[in-house]
Design a protein around this ligand. Structure first.
Ligand code: GLY
Length: 350
């Protein structure tokens, strides 16, 4: 599969570089651009994009609903129809401007339209910059279950412009920080390598995460073995996301992964001998940014049910990525219901 060119630079330089690359790619002006974005991004980021990437001045744009609502088959069908109505041919280029949801669905639309056309990801959230916009996973949801339908196809370019982070609310930035912490744990940099202080310089952190993710994806694009390590914290995290949503008190994906990593580290200590200090160091870091939930026995049951729905499980067993040590993940560790209950009840307080 073709490789993605990554452009990462500060102060809107990344966008200028994107402009140059697109102009080169389309020097005979034969290729039509379609910018896919959502309502929020349209207001906050589109003017900056168009101002810096003049190659996109004439692009059509298609507005998607914000958040997970855009990852529905009906929305995809509408976009396919709009592309057809606008005479988008196989040379058309889709530019996904937005967070993880826009990159997921835009990548899926591009991968399937006329058997696949080129697309460019321009992530505007921290989470998308360090994760969703890299690695060629595309997806939509089905019947409320996340990412059930999709395929692997790399964007031709991912352009990361940290200036877009200035448009984000605080909770979105915090959400992305948990995904950054995930990479720092997995790549061996460690928990205390996360910068202290309120607003870190994100650019070097993004670069570290992108380099790490690219190295993992290069070894295992199709998520057969090594890439599964990127799900560290996500088995609990996805279950918590669904649980909070079911209570009508949704929490961000990043926050749930942040809590999920606490549980994965607790289990790593219990089952794989990860040091208690590492677990406690992470818990201290986590508690400096959120009130860690203390679940009751009554709350544990529905969370357990959601964990069994995880699409990565095989034959009933819940499978988690755990750690022997920082930088030493182990995939597909089977975890029993008793262990899950103990973790949910104890990890916040031992
Ligand atoms: N977000 C995890 C992966 O790309 O594999």
């Amino acid at each position: 599969m073709a490789k993605t060119q990554i452009i990462l630079s500060n102060r809107q330089l990344a966008l200028k570089l994107l402009d140059r690359k697109l102009k080169k790619l389309n020097d005979d002006h034969s290729r039509k651009y379609f910018i896919l974005t959502d309502e929020n991004v349209l207001e906050h980021c589109m003017p900056t994009l168009i101002c810096n990437v003049t190659e996109l001045e004439e692009a059509d744009f298609l507005e998607l609903p914000s958040g997970e609502a855009c990852k529905e088959a009906e929305i995809v069908t509408e976009v396919w129809k709009s592309l057809i109505a606008s005479n988008a041919d196989r040379n058309a280029i889709i530019v996904n401007l937005g967070g993880g949801c826009v990159c997921d669905v835009g990548g899926f639309i591009a991968s399937t339209y006329k058997r696949g056309i080129d697309f460019v990801n321009v992530p505007t959230t921290l989470t998308a910059m360090v994760d969703a916009a890299i690695g060629g996973k595309t997806a939509i949801n089905l019947d409320g279950a996340k990412n059930q339908i999709g395929c692997f196809r790399n964007p031709i370019i991912t352009c990361i412009e940290p200036a877009f982070l200035e448009t984000l609310p605080e909770n979105e930035l915090r959400s992305g920080e948990y995904e950054i912490m995930k990479s720092l744990i997995l790549n061996g940099s460690g928990i205390d390598s996360f910068p202290s202080g309120n607003v870190p310089d994100y650019t070097p952190l993004i670069k570290e995460c992108v380099d790490f993710k690219l190295s993992v994806v290069k070894a295992d694009l199709l998520d057969k073995d090594l890439r599964k390590i990127l799900n560290f914290g996500h088995t609990f995290g996805h279950a918590l996301e669904s649980y909070y949503l079911s209570l009508n008190t949704p929490r961000t994906h990043g926050e749930c992964v942040g809590i999920g990593m606490l549980y994965a580290l607790y289990l790593s200590h219990k089952k794989l001998g990860l040091s208690r200090n590492t677990f406690l160091l992470y818990r201290t870091w986590l508690s400096s940014r959120m009130a860690i939930p203390h679940f009751s026995l009554k709350e544990v049951e529905p969370i357990l049910q959601f964990m069994h729905l995880d699409k990565k499980n095989c034959d009933e067993a819940v499978l988690c990525v755990l750690l022997q040590d920082i930088g030493v993940p182990v995939i597909d560790v089977a975890v029993s219901d008793n262990e899950i209950c103990d973790t949910l009840l104890s990890a916040a307080k031992i």
